[in-house]
Design a protein around this ligand. Structure first.
Ligand code: NAD
Ligand code: GLY
Length: 364
């Protein structure tokens, strides 16, 4: 077996798995077939770049490869695309020993994972994430699903992959805006869990923006370690896993109120993290200095941090109303993940109504 650079274990007993992080599919993808069928799912951007290479490797590893390509973009996280993957699975004669391989960003991962978790009541699933967001977040932890016309991620299952194979070289072709959007989730891990990691990010802004491979290897590994630890403690989000939603209460509301696609997910979460830090200062005594550090780091990474960077004229009322329908809201009252000190947060925090708007007004 080829050597891999780094391995992170997601410790979930008999559903546990390794995340292999390195350079080149050959060195990170460890699964072997035995004449079994692999349905390789990708999107219309990623398939032309990496589909053949991944298919060849799977063939060398004794899989019979079937391929499915969905249009790139969030609209593919749909029940129609699930049906099209089932069509591929049936025409390719996938059986209970088969595997679904997700090659792409979070859209392909969430979609393929849901198909894998439900086809024949569950076939194996392998994640090969190619966006930064998918590498540090969506490919790990087993949340899969699709959107409905009524809302995002409304249908899905928790379904863990058997392996996550992270080829850092694929980041070279990721568009800059998508790359930086993923960086918001990277910063999030420092804020919620690991103050020294946050400091390391502060000291490495230029290499991060230049996609330095060594720095990327270490930050992707650390994010995966943190996510693995959180998921191992609370696989189904009955408690601590909620901390991964830092910045997401306002972030989701921005995406929802401005229309999906206006701001990328990480961009919306970036503004949401600045907002959560402001609320944390007011409600939990978080230090103003650390809140400013969060804003400075996100801005230095090229991410939006204030009201002025939101799409034209999005009114507070629309955001407040979108927060009320957040999946985590209780009786239309939004709850927040808030900082106590850098690297440590509390979840399910209530915030007085007047503080909600005041903190939004405080954003530049
Ligand atoms: P995405 O999958 O749409 O990918 C972003 C864009 O980058 C797409 O156009 C894609 O084709 C392109 N792309 C991906 N890798 C590339 C590469 N290496 N080179 C060139 N282009 C590449 O979006 P995303 O940001 O990866 O993921 C967002 C999705 O993830 C959302 O649907 C969100 O709900 C979901 N998500 C899921 C979880 C989870 O835990 N399951 C967590 C966070 C987000
Ligand atoms: N992205 C949040 C989670 O996986 O729980």
């Amino acid at each position: 077996m080829c050597e891999v650079s780094r391995t992170v274990r997601v410790d979930l007993g008999d559903r546990g798995y390794d995340i292999h992080i390195g350079r080149g599919f050959d060195s990170v993808l460890q699964s072997e077939g035995s004449g079994t069928t692999a349905l390789l799912v990708s999107d219309s951007n990623v398939d032309p770049l990496y589909g053949d290479r991944c298919a060849e490797l799977l063939t060398r590893r004794n899989f019979k490869v079937e391929r499915a390509v969905v249009p790139a973009g969030e609209a593919s996280k749909s029940l129609e695309c699930i049906q099209s993957l089932f069509d591929h699975a049936i025409s390719g004669r996938l059986d209970r020993r088969s595997i679904v391989v997700a090659l792409g960003g979070g859209v392909v991962g969430d979609l393929s994972g849901f198909a894998a978790g439900t086809y024949l009541r569950g076939v194996k699933f392998l994640q090969v994430p190619t966006s930064l967001l998918a590498m540090v977040d969506s490919s790990v932890g087993g949340k899969t699903g699709v959107n409905l016309p009524q809302g995002k991620n409304l249908v899905g299952v928790f379904y863990q992959p058997v392996e996550v194979a992270v080829d850092l070289d694929t980041l070279a072709t990721l568009p800059d805006r998508e790359y930086l959007s993923g960086m918001a989730e990277v910063v999030k891990y420092g804020v919620i869990w690991d103050a020294p990691f946050f400091e390391m990010l502060e000291s490495n802004v230029a290499p991060l923006r230049a996609r330095d491979p060594d720095v990327l290897a270490s930050i992707v590994s650390r994010c995966c370690e943190i996510k693995a630890e959180v998921v191992a403690q609370d696989e189904r989000e009955s408690g601590v896993r909620a901390i991964l939603n830092y910045g997401h209460t306002l972030g989701h509301a921005i995406e929802n109120a401005c229309g999906y696609g206006q701001l990328l997910h990480g961009e919306a979460v970036s503004v949401g993290m600045v907002y959560a830090a402001e609320l944390s200062c007011v409600c939990r005594g978080f230090s103003r200095e650390d809140a400013d550090r969060i804003t400075r780091l996100l801005a230095a990474l090229g991410l939006p941090v204030g009201r002025s960077q939101l799409p034209d004229g999005v009114p507070w009322k629309a955001l407040r109303s979108a927060m009320a329908s957040d999946k985590k809201a209780r009786s239309a009252i939004p709850t927040f993940v808030l900082s106590d000190v850098m690297g440590s947060v509390a979840f399910n925090c209530d915030v007085p109504e007047d503080a909600l708007e005041a903190a939004f007004s405080a954003l530049v």
